[in-house]
Design a protein around this ligand. Structure first.
Ligand SMILES: Cc1cc2nc3c(=O)[nH]c(=O)nc-3n(C[C@H](O)[C@H](O)[C@H](O)COP(=O)(O)OP(=O)(O)OC[C@H]3O[C@@H](n4cnc5c(N)ncnc54)[C@H](O)[C@@H]3O)c2cc1C
Length: 395
């Protein structure tokens, strides 16, 4: 415990000395640094901050030091997070490599794969995207059809992936491919790493209702992928995929607290936008909804804490399985509550008639709905809870 206190003091001192003032401001989506060959730093300070954190291994604080990570224990990692939060230090590097692929390669990858990819992720050299979903395989992911044929020294990949977030800005894609069509669907899937610059890989942006394009459809047309890019065993990719999904779902359960958009909390919004009578919110319905929300958030925070403590104690816990559902639904509840509080002030998508905060509130509301779908929809999460935790019979 004493060591942890000393670590906290040292960390505080280091962060104070090394985190530029401009990097202690709330981050916006435009100021996030995602690394990769096509990435650029939003500012000189962002670059300085990234390089200092990288040199300490703190872009991936809990990963092993031989691959460039910080080698911190989960407890130290938590202290670092708390100390960064205390001074509002920005996250220096974002990415699916850090959040999802890295942990999967550390668990299932070969030594060569770790040498090749882990340090490149820590150093922000490679930006990764996720090639799971297909037009006919979303919730029923195991139905995927994108195929990889064994051609001796390489796999020949043909097919397509959809909803590949930022594929047009990424260097590598981690992909689920069908390597055996003649067995139970989960048993014929493999996990492949594909360089987006390989001949035959192309992306087409999918335009959203906003006119923006965050997603792509990704096509593989006779792409030759070296055999050494297979992670785990041939036809056993489903296990790697599921392990990676656990990381994705954990991340998404915590997304709200990490949100780059600067919206008010419901209580702050209530003070700013609602009428009060005798020190109480006049609208009884909103007053009650706010109280419910406060209790919900306390329960979510305590469950997060329990998950962390159980993990740190080496215990197996069912809590992570419910957290994606609980965390993303709680964010949706928060956004709906905020819009109810803002009333017509919460209807602005763009333009001078609304403050930036009001516009962000509406955008966050839309995003909160997307988060209950991405990484496995809420309905599918509930099915998993029913089957794996409650052990209810299959319908
Ligand atoms: C913001 C965002 C980012 C994404 N990024 C990526 C990415 O980078 N890479 C990637 O591969 N994919 C990505 N996705 C895709 C995501 O993984 C899928 O959207 C998700 O798995 C759901 O699949 P689907 O869209 O095909 O919906 P469907 O599976 O068609 O589901 C449609 C509806 O039916 C319900 N449903 C389906 N099956 C059942 C069932 N058995 N029981 C009850 N209800 C059911 C669902 O809950 C949903 O409401 C992203 C999605 C979003 C929203």
């Amino acid at each position: 415990m004493e060591d942890l206190e000393q670590f906290r003091l040292d960390t505080r001192e280091w962060l104070t000395a090394n985190c530029p003032d401009s990097q202690r401001q709330p981050i916006t989506p435009e100021q996030q640094y995602w690394g990769g060959r096509k990435g650029s730093f939003p500012s000189e300070d962002a670059q300085t901050w990234f390089e200092r954190m990288r040199d300490k291994g703190w872009t991936a604080p809990e990963w092993p030091t031989p691959y460039g990570g910080g080698g911190l224990s989960p407890q130290q990692g938590r202290v670092l997070k708390e100390e960064m939060k205390r001074i509002h230090a920005r996250t220096p590097l974002f990415g699916l490599g850090l959040w999802m692929l890295g942990p999967a390669v550390l668990e299932y990858g070969s030594e060569e794969q770790k040498q090749q990819h882990i340090r490149a992720i820590v150093n922000g050299e490679h930006r990764w995207c996720q090639g799971y979903s297909e037009p006919g395989a979303g919730s029923d992911l195991a139905s995927l059809q994108c195929k990889a044929e064994d051609k001796g020294d390489h796999f020949l990949v043909n097919g397509s992936k959809i909803w590949t977030t930022a594929a047009d800005r990424c260097d590598w894609i981690f992909c689920l491919v069908r390597t055996d069509p003649d067995v139970k669907k989960q048993e014929g899937i493999s996990f492949l790493l594909i360089d987006m610059d390989d001949p035959g890989v192309s992306t087409t942006p999918i335009e959203l209702i906003s006119g923006e394009s965050e997603f792509c459809q990704t096509f593989f047309d006779n792409v030759e992928v070296p055999k050494e890019n297979l992670v785990g065993e041939l036809n056993k990719g489903w296990s790697v995929a599921k392990a990676l999904l656990v990381h994705e779902r954990k991340l998404m359960s915590e997304m709200g607290s990490e949100s780059p958009r600067q919206v008010l909390t419901p209580n702050e919004a209530a003070r700013e936008y609602l009428e009060f009578e005798d020190g109480k919110i006049a609208d009884a319905r909103l007053r009650s909804d706010l109280a419910d929300y406060d209790m919900l958030m306390q329960a979510v925070a305590l469950t997060h804490f329990r998950t962390f403590e159980e993990k740190a104690a080496g215990m197996r816990s069912a809590a992570p399985m419910v957290m994606k559902y609980v965390g993303t639904e709680a964010e949706k509840t928060k956004s709906e509550l905020l819009l109810a509080i803002l009333g017509s002030r919460g209807l602005g998508w763009e333009g001078d008639g609304f403050t930036e905060q009001e516009i962000d509130t509406l955008r966050l509301w839309a995003m909160s709905k997307a988060m209950t779908i991405a990484g496995g929809s809420s309905e599918v999460q509930l099915n998993l809870v029913a089957q794996k935790i409650l052990e209810l019979p299959q319908p």
